[in-house]
Each structure stands twice: as structure tokens, then as C-alpha cells.
Design a protein around this ligand. Structure first.
Ligand code: MN
Length: 347
């Protein structure tokens, strides 16, 4: 039994907003992951089936590894076709914002959206959404994924029959990728009930797993091997691991976006490691990616030290500085008497 968790008023509001809008834009965060693009494609597809002129607009490129998802060719990528993105937003009478909690997270697309008068509906599971930016919010930090929330919304709107095989593939992909193939963020058994309902739409579960979670180029496998062998530093007294990769190193392995996608999780397999910081040099920033086990919150750590955010066990930031500075901050964290470091994280 899947209990309704979105309040009726919110569901009614979203229903009437959809009813009174023909042109609808669905958008998600930068560097879309399986949940962001999965929920975006699924909702766009359902809205189209309802006869709406719905368009998926992403702030930047979707990683190649997710190109297998159905309907990907209908996505407008702002950084590739700015005119089309601008046009779509100009015409939109309603905008869905999926899997992010503030317009600042979608860069130039956020600037475009803030100029539009179309109401914005947030569907998201990150903590602390920016309430002023959205007309209606479905914000449930306890949810496994935004895909779970989209499914719940459709269920509560009484249109879950609109979820066809293609939509189910997209939603299942988000559920799967945001829970590490159902290994975390899925304490609520209803997550498995939703997965089961999606699986009934004749989706190929092993295929989706292979495509979304276990497809890497040879270069990527070698880069990850190199990072773990040569670049992983362990600080077992503090339960920490640090991974760094410079632009030169990335170039050496012919790096493409997404190539280090699951690397940050690897050190957590070591029993003594409770939290991991991965610093990847980019042209104008350092991509910070943090993971942890149990109660140890990397969200606060990312916020406080690198100006980012995220979830308790998975957080990130765009740090505007050099790799050396980002590494120095890591050592500051290690040596600080921060309560996080004294926390008992064993489960
Ligand atoms: Mn998500």
C-alpha cells in the first residue's frame, strides 16, 4: 500500500496549473544525473500524453552514459541551443523544476526562468528549498529520489495509468541511480513497492542497471584504477579518505564528463573509512564531491567548507579556487575540532 504523502491541496493546485497551461517546460539541475533527467523525461512524456506541448530543457549536457533513455532526442540543452531554450521558456505558461532546490543551481537557465512570469512547481528531495522561488512545492527530503515523487504525484493525481513503458524506464532509472541500486536512501519499503509497480510496465531491469550504472569506457575504468591506486589518501584516525585528480591527469585518460561518476563511493567500502572527499580540477572550478556512511553528514561539511550542499550521505560543491586551496581546506577539516569528526558513525 502506497500512502499519499503529498497533501491534497498541493495535488489540486498542480492539477489546475497543468489544466490551464498548454506550453509547459520541465527542467532539472546542472550535470543531470539519472534521477534529474529520468524525472524530467518521465514528466515531460506524461504531459505530452495528456495533450500538452511539454518540453524538457536542461541547463547543460546530459552525460553520454544516459543517452539510452527514451525520448532523449526531445531534450533541449541550453548550452547547445540557447535560442530554442529561450523560446521554450518564453512560451511556457508553467515550469516544473525537478531535483534541485534553488534557481542558483541551474546557472543561466535560472536567470532565464526568473524573468518568466510562468508559475514554477518544485518537485525535489534536497533539503532547504528556496521557498520564495516557487509557487508550489513538493519538497520531501526523506524521499529516495525525485522520480519517486513524480510517481507519487501521478498516483495521487489519479493518472498513474499514464505511466507507460517508456515513462517507467525513466522513473525506474532515477530510483535506481539515486539509491545506488537500492542500497541507500531507501529505508521506506514503499520505494520497493514503487519499483515493483514500475517493473510491471515490462521494463528490462538488468538492461537499465547495465546502461545507467555499469557502463564505463576503457579510459574511464583506467582513470578510476589510477585514482584509487595512486591518488587515494587514507586518514583512518579521522575515518576519512581523500581523492584528487588534476586537469593534466584527466587529460591523460581522455576524460569525458561522467567518467568519474561513482569513483567517490569506492573508498567507503573500506571499513575504516566513514567519509570521502573527492576533488576534481575543472577549467574554472574544483568539483567537490563527498560521500559518507551512517549519520555522518557531508551535507553540512560541504556547505560550511566548500559552499555547496546536498544530502546527509551525498553532497557536493563547485569550489571557486585552486586545487591546492581545496586540498588545504580538507586538511583544515581534518584538524578542526568539528563535532562531525567526533561523531560515532558505526552502524
Ligand atoms: Mn535526486
Amino acid at each position: 500500500m502506497i500512502k499519499p504523502i503529498i497533501d491534497d491541496k498541493t495535488v489540486d493546485k498542480i492539477r489546475s496549473l497543468i489544466n490551464s497551461a498548454d506550453n509547459i517546460v520541465v527542467t532539472c539541475h546542472m550535470s543531470p544525473d539519472g534521477d534529474a533527467i529520468g524525472s524530467t523525461l518521465a514528466l515531460t512524456h506524461v504531459l505530452r500524453r495528456m495533450g500538452k506541448n511539454a518540453r524538457a530543457v536542461t541547463p547543460d549536457m546530459v552525460p553520454r552514459v544516459l543517452n539510452f533513455l527514451p525520448e532523449m532526442r526531445h531534450v533541449t540543452v541550453l548550452t547547445q541551443d540557447e535560442d530554442a531554450a529561450r523560446e521554450a521558456i518564453k512560451e511556457a505558461k508553467l515550469v516544473f523544476c525537478l531535483d534541485f532546490n534553488t534557481l542558483a543551481r541551474i546557472d543561466r537557465l535560472g536567470d532565464m526562468l526568473s524573468l518568466s512570469r510562468a508559475p514554477r512547481v518544485l518537485i525535489d528531495h534536497h533539503l532547504d528549498p528556496d521557498k520564495d522561488e516557487f509557487s508550489v512545492m513538493v519538497s520531501v527530503p526523506e524521499a529516495s529520489s525525485t522520480c519517486e515523487l513524480v510517481f507519487r504525484l501521478l498516483l495521487q493525481m489519479g493518472i498513474v495509468n499514464m505511466v507507460d513503458r517508456r515513462t517507467a524506464q525513466c522513473l525506474y532509472t532515477g530510483l535506481m541511480t539515486d539509491t545506488g541500486n537500492f542500497t541507500y536512501s531507501c529505508d521506506n519499503p514503499e520505494v520497493f513497492e514503487i519499483a515493483s509497480l514500475l517493473a510491471r510496465r515490462r521494463i528490462d531491469v538488468p538492461y537499465l542497471y547495465r546502461m545507467a550504472m555499469n557502463t564505463f569506457s576503457a579510459d574511464s575504468i583506467r582513470l578510476q584504477g589510477y585514482a584509487l591506486c595512486e591518488k587515494m589518501q587514507l586518514f583512518t584516525d579521522q575515518g576519512a579518505a581523500l581523492l584528487t585528480l588534476t586537469l593534466d591527469e584527466l587529460k591523460r585518460f581522455n576524460y569525458h564528463r561522467g567518467d568519474t561518476e561513482s569513483l567517490v563511493n569506492k573508498p567507503l567500502a573500506i571499513p575504516e573509512v566513514n567519509w570521502v572527499v573527492f576533488l576534481r580540477e575543472d577549467v574554472d572550478r574544483i568539483k567537490v564531491s563527498c560521500r559518507s556512511k551512517g549519520d555522518f553528514s557531508v551535507k553540512e561539511l560541504c556547505e560550511k567548507y566548500y559552499g555547496g550542499g546536498g544530502h546527509t550521505n551525498a553532497a557536493g560543491a563547485d569550489f571557486r579556487g585552486t586545487l591546492d586551496q581545496a586540498v588545504a581546506i580538507f586538511y583544515d577539516i581534518l584538524s578542526s575540532p568539528h563535532p562531525l569528526l567526533q561523531e560515532e558513525t558505526e552502524r
